[in-house]
Design a binder for this molecule. Structure first.
Ligand code: 0A1
Ligand code: ZN
Length: 876
């Protein structure tokens, strides 16, 4: 804990380390409260560093027990030690070995960084800077070492001992009840990729043969008794390995690949070399405990961590400013994987929804930052939607600009040229420049400044000339007045009243893509036989906001005829958003709710059963936060909620027959075995989207229908959908359903998380009280990040009317939780605080309430650096 202003780290100050550590030999003797770590470090001066510089090893909360240099203990005058650093003012100017012994208490480590215990299992989390909580080290990603790790523990408490790399040796220490295992990782890596695990765990395993014919032993480790819930994750590992070989020519490079699931974890998962450690939420799945969305998330995150083996581990980051180099690229890779495993259009819509829900608001608020930040006070606060999701969009735009073949060749070159090194964004782009001969310096601007570009477009048809011209103008809100225009790939096509106008062409459109890279431009398309409707930004070809002068009847033409799935969905979303925003502003729209319902009805008639997953997305109206983001300022969440509720009711009423018929047509005969595949999940999604609208139109009938579904459901997807629908319908049926759900799943923490979350999201006055009550529930624990996120995170991030209550009670609840949490786990406290990120866009009363909650947090003595940073920037 610290109260001084945190120092700022700047990209422009980067310089190479003065020393390197070639080899690390760790001896870790695990004990619940008295773990001993002996680190033997092979240190040498870095030829690229400053000669004669002091050696300053990072530490965080460390206690030094012993220190020697080349086997000789060091005189007290030869070093300085503090919990946060170990300094040798005059280290030898030659290679030497430093041996450091530290003492740790993993049970007391509630920050979940460094070595800690989760449900009795010893595990580590070292990204971004947790290794310095294990031993003194040059804890920076450009210092890469070869690790050998000996782990020792009481055999009964920790029969499983895992490390990075390959297993070398294991054995008992006779007469002590203890045993050990030695692991060696031949690939040099930064400290943030170090990991070890020790505990009682069940193992499920298989073998994968790489494209070059090597056998790899795969294993997933989970809590005892939960082995049957690891099968899907193991299968996802195998599919990820095969996909990365097929798609990017990347093979795995060790004899074993281990995944371990733990229940206390700050993030989703971690790509430690050969030993991925996961939040168990992203491993464990059974039909009775996991929803379709959970299965999809497991598949995506297993793939993400596995793909890091190349994009992150073999090629790592020079410094933390380059975080997007591994994260944006790896998100892009996992999105491509999921698209190949599932429906590409459906997946793309999901990606864009996430981007708009999380990244757009971030980019428009006080926490906005470039995809490659230029400075930070606390790096752990930069694992953001901007770095991850916008970072992935940049990689996707690059592929759109240079084409798939050149993209693949550039990736091969990037991996080949940077393998085994710590690279930069420039190194990445250079590989594609070398491959294509193009200058990507203007494209690189996407990494440099915050803010979502806006593109305003209007179209003009000239019947005489048979041309259609698009006038385009870009602006860059939030990027600063000196910002140049960005390079925006616009994938486009023209649609006529009966379908695509395939004869239209322009010399400035290549493979369906127009590159818009000036402030203003006019694109003229020739050979356009009839007045077209433009289909722009197909597949969401750039992460921008588009203001297109287009009326709703034209959008409905796109819903009917566009060949681009994303834009068909987008068309329906735009019409729905216009209807709701029009209603709350008291403005009329040219297409009313009835006409929209009629268009949806004929869409459902034609396509719902052919592609239920897609139809479910078309039926899901823009969320309340989407609408808030569209409105942009002076936001009144109650008015938005009311407008959305009203449209759901009208659509549900107009479509009742169709929705019931769909539910019948999609229902599965009792006893059908559950399958998490995309097609089955799509049918469930559409049935449940229909239920949502039915209940909006007819609360009594809807409640009965939802309650019946909860009881008859043969899987968690349907049971939870029933419960979510019922959650919006106050009354005894709802409370009874909550009670019996809690009873049924009393011993299932991951399912109880869903129960906490659903209640936290109820858009009713009583919810603040309910959440406070649930914080006292025996199953709630401030020390478990999943539980905090489920209850308080869902409230803060997914309950706009109650979090933003005009009396400030929602802000107070979250602020109280942040302060209580900050002592134990500052990272989670800081994440929770990001819910305040859009406070300036609220109407004045709520804005004032949010500001005082933020000021109260910032004024609290002893605040962590993590929370100080977020609170400070939010107010700044
Ligand atoms: N590299 C991981 C994310 C991650 C970052 C920090 C952590 O520390 C608490 C944990 C995980 C990923 O992208 O999956
Ligand atoms: Zn990642």
């Amino acid at each position: 804990m610290r109260t001084d202003t945190p120092p700022t780290v700047r990209l422009e100050d980067y310089r190479p380390s003065d020393h390197l550590i070639d080899r690390v030999e760790l001896d870790v003797r695990l004990d619940p409260h008295d773990t001993r770590v002996t680190a033997r470090l092979a240190v040498r001066p870095n030829p690229a560093g400053r000669p004669g510089a002091p050696l300053i090893l990072d530490g965080d909360d460390l206690r030094l027990l012993a220190l020697d240099l080349d086997g000789q203990s060091l005189a007290p005058a030869a070093f300085r030690v503090a919990p946060s650093a170990l300094t040798l003012p005059e280290p030898p100017q030659r290679p030497f070995t430093l041996t450091i012994e530290t003492r740790l208490d993993p049970t007391a480590n509630t920050k979940l960084m460094g070595l800690y215990r989760s449900n009795g299992v010893y595990c580590t989390q070292c990204e971004a800077d947790g290794f310095r909580r294990i031993t003194y080290f040059l804890d920076r990603p450009d210092v890469m070492s070869i690790y050998t790790t000996r782990i020792e523990a009481e055999e009964a408490a920790a029969p499983v001992l895992l490390g990075n790399g390959n297993p070398v040796e294991a054995g008992r220490i006779e007469g002590t009840g203890r045993h050990f295992a030695v692991w060696h990782d031949p690939h040099p890596k930064p400290a943030y990729l170090f990991a070890l695990v020790g505990g009682r765990l069940d193992r499920v395993s298989s073998t994968f043969t790489t494209m070059d014919g090597r056998a790899v032993e795969l294993a997933v480790y989970v809590e005892p008794g939960k082995g049957d819930r690891a099968a899907y994750a193991l299968d996802a590992v195998e599919r990820s390995m095969a996909w990365d070989e097929r798609t990017f020519g990347r093979a795995y490079d060790l004899d074993v690949f281990n995944v371990v699931a733990v229940s206390d974890f700050n993030m989703g998962a971690m790509e430690n070399k050969g030993l991925n450690i996961f939040n168990d939420k992203y491993v464990l799945a059974s039909p009775d405990t996991a929803t379709d969305a959970d299965y999809a998330a497991i598949e995506a995150i297993i793939a993400h961590e596995y793909f890091h083996n190349w994009s992150g581990n073999r090629v790592t980051c020079r410094d933390w400013f380059q975080l997007c180099l591994k994260e944006g690229l790896t998100v892009f890779r996992d999105q491509e994987f999921s698209s190949d495993m599932r429906s590409r259009d459906v997946h793309r819509i999901g990606e864009v929804r996430t981007l708009r829900a999380r990244q757009f608001p971030e980019d428009a608020g006080p926490l906005a930052h470039p995809v490659r930040p230029k400075r930070y006070a606390e790096i752990n606060n930069f694992y953001t939607a901007t770095v991850y999701e916008k970072g992935a969009e940049i990689v996707r735009m690059l592929r759109t600009l240079i084409g798939e073949r050149a993209f693949r060749a550039g990736m091969d070159r990037y991996f080949a040229e940077n393998d085994g090194t710590a690279a930069t964004v420039e190194d990445f782009l250079r590989a594609f420049e070398a491959e294509t001969g193009r200058d990507l310096s203007r494209f690189a601007e996407w990494y440099e400044r915050p803010g979502t570009p806006r593109v305003a477009i209007s179209g003009h048809y000239d019947a005489g000339a048979q041309t259609y011209s698009l006038e385009l103008r870009q602006t860059r809100p939030g990027a600063g007045s000196d910002a140049p225009p960005v390079v925006i790939p616009i994938r486009l096509g023209l649609i006529g009243q009966d379908g695509p106008l395939d004869d239209a062409r322009s010399s400035r459109v290549t493979d369906g893509v127009f590159v818009f890279d000036r402030w203003d431009d006019v694109l003229t398309i020739e050979n356009v036989a009839t007045a077209p409707v433009p289909s722009l930004f197909r597949g969401f070809s750039a992460p921008v906001r588009v203001d297109m002068a287009m009326d709703d009847t034209e959008r409905l033409t796109l819903l009917r005829h566009d060949t681009d799935g994303f834009n068909r969905w987008e068309a329906a979303q735009r019409v729905a958003a216009r209807l709701m925003i029009g209603a709350l502003r008291g403005e009329a729209t040219e297409v009313g709710a009835d006409a929209f319902a009629a268009a949806l009805d004929s869409f459902l008639d034609a396509r719902a059963l052919a592609d239920p997953a897609f139809a479910a997305l078309v039926l899901s109206l823009p969320s309340e936060s989407d609408l808030a983001d569209d409105i942009g300022s002076e936001i009144d969440p109650d008015a938005i909620h009311a407008a959305r509720y009203d449209l759901r009711t009208r659509l549900g009423t107009a479509l009742t027959d169709r929705l019931h018929a769909l539910r019948d047509a999609l229902s599965e005969p009792a006893g059908t075995p559950f399958s998490p595949d995309a097609a089955s999940a799509g049918r469930r999604a559409l049935r449940n989207a229909a239920l949502d609208l039915i209940a909006a139109a007819d609360p009594t009938g809807g409640a009965a229908c939802a309650d019946a579904q909860i009881h008859s459901a043969g899987n968690m997807t349907d049971r939870l959908a029933g419960l979510s629908t019922l959650a919006l319908l106050p009354g005894e049926t709802r409370e009874a359903a909550f009670a019996s759900f809690a009873e049924r799943y009393a011993d299932e923490p991951l399912v109880l998380d869903k129960w906490f979350a659903i209640q936290a999201m109820i858009p009713e006055d009583g919810t603040v009280e309910r959440v406070r009550r649930l914080q006292e529930h025996p199953a709630f624990a401030m020390t478990n990040p999943n539980r905090v996120r489920a209850l308080v995170g869902s409230f803060a991030l997914a309950n706009p009317t109650q979090f933003n209550r005009s009396d400030g009670a929602g802000f107070t609840l979250v602020a109280d939780t942040v302060l209580a949490l900050d002592r134990a786990n500052p990272q989670i406290a800081a994440r929770l605080m990001t819910a305040f990120g859009s406070w300036r866009r609220l109407e004045p009363v709520r804005r004032g309430m949010a500001e005082s909650a933020l000021r109260r947090i910032l004024a609290t003595p002893g605040l962590s650096r993590d929370v100080t940073d977020i609170a400070g920037r939010s107010l700044g």
